[in-house]
Design a protein around this ligand. Structure first.
Ligand code: AMP
Length: 398
């Protein structure tokens, strides 16, 4: 992959597509700035080469074409300034490609940084609009994509924009290249035993990845809401737990494939169950075959945690994507936190993918113990699926 190191950017105007889609609390405070910190290496490299730097990112999902303060990237500009430890303020544009952004971009001096407003304030971003992409491209001589977390989306700042730069003037940033290289290396040549831990809400979002992983791993651990589709497919009562009835056959096919290929396939053996989806509800710890009809499983139980620790014991490579339960509620977070601890305690190469999963590892205090915490959930799933990421394809196009 051509990276920013392979092209000449000295003194040039550089447009860097970042992924600053960071979580905030109800007061608008950034609660996890990992994605901002992950962008620093590329930005510093550009500062050191006297570039005039234009940064762009999306933030959540505002209504296209409408400005709303709560989706503004202003807090990101502040945090970025703090993290970069530079004297000059980061210039914040009031718009994306409007008069304010253009005027500020015009005045940039060597080493200055301008952050454009949330790309999704413009309807053309998500529709991959060519005219919008052309306007974005007109800011700079060089296009750098460092937004791994957004690379699976065919959006204007990821895809259409790249056609306005030839190969000497576009490249991947350090973060993007690190993410892709890491996943490729592990998936192509994992040290065994290789274990995939897959959780989260639904089977549907991860079915393709799960199928691909079965061709590579030695063991699979399933947790989270998706476990119930597998349990129901085996004929067990799952009460009111989350389930995808249309995927029961598919779930059976996955389990048959695992069996055929000699892959160990582990489902939770107990759950924390509750009569309703709420933090203030009664809970019971029950074996997976004893879920009452009108209760639902919201977290994996203590016996499952012990089982999973045993399963992970000899692992040399672990990929983890998706929480084990509704970790956002304290009552149902233990299964995910324990999973994070177990993974962190192994001597394996550990890769954590997905915003929720990274969030669990962060809450568990295990981030530093993981080998690699990816900044992209959807994008890393696509890499596992073996699909081409539009963001990478665009960098290769003439
Ligand atoms: P995903 O985006 O598919 O990785 O799913 C993450 C979400 O799955 C989190 O918001 C969890 O709250 C949710 N989740 C995990 N376990 C369960 C469960 N047993 N029932 C309902 N939702 C769950």
């Amino acid at each position: 992959m051509r990276t920013i190191k392979d092209i000449n950017i000295d003194g040039k105007r550089v447009f860097i597509r970042c992924d600053f889609n960071v979580p905030k609390d109800e007061f608008g405070n950034i609660t996890d700035d990992r994605r901002i910190r992950a962008s620093l290496q590329t930005i510093r490299y550009c500062i050191d080469r006297d570039c005039k730097i234009i940064l762009a990112s999306h933030y959540e999902r505002p209504e296209p074409g409408k400005y709303e303060e709560k989706y503004s990237l202003k807090p990101v500009a502040k945090r970025l300034h703090t993290l970069l430890k530079i004297k000059n303020e980061i210039l914040m544009a009031e718009d994306v490609v409007g008069p304010d952004a253009k005027a500020k971009a015009e005045k940039l001096e060597a080493g200055d940084i301008l952050l454009l407003e949330n790309l999704r304030f413009e309807a053309g971003e998500t529709t991959n609009d060519e005219n919008f992409a052309r306007e974005l491209a007109s800011f700079a001589d060089v296009y750098v994509n460092d937004a791994f977390g957004a690379c699976h989306r065919k959006h204007a700042s990821i895809y259409a924009i790249a056609q306005f730069f030839d190969k000497e003037h576009k490249a991947a940033g350090f973060l993007l290249s690190k993410e892709v290289n890491f996943f490729s290396k592990v998936l192509e040549n994992p040290v065994r035993p290789f274990v995939a831990v897959v959780g989260g809400s639904k089977v549907s979002g991860k079915l393709e990845a799960l199928n691909k992983l079965l061709d590579k791993v030695d063991k699979v651990i399933i947790g989270g809401g998706m476990a119930f589709t597998f349990l129901k497919a085996q004929g067990y009562e799952i009460g009111k737990s989350l389930v995808e009835d249309d995927l029961l056959d598919e779930a059976n096919r996955v389990m048959e494939k695992a069996h055929r290929q000699g892959i160990k396939f582990y489902l939770p053996v107990d759950f924390v169950v509750a009569p309703e989806f709420s933090e203030n509800t009664a809970v019971k710890y029950l074996p997976s075959q004893e879920i009452p009809k009108d209760w639902m499983g919201l977290d994996t139980g203590p016996a499952s945690s012990r089982l999973f620790r045993e399963v992970l014991n000899d692992a040399q490579t672990i990929i983890w994507n998706g929480p084990m339960g509704v970790y956002e509620m304290d009552k149902f977070s233990k299964g995910s936190i324990m999973m994070s601890h177990h993974i962190a305690e192994t001597h394996a190469t550990t890769i954590v993918g997905g915003g929720d999963t990274a969030d669990v590892a962060q809450r568990a205090g295990d981030v530093d113990e993981m080998t690699f915490v990816s900044t992209g959930g959807g994008a890393s799933l696509k890499l596992i699926e073996g699909e081409e990421l539009p963001g990478l394809t665009a960098l290769e196009m003439d």
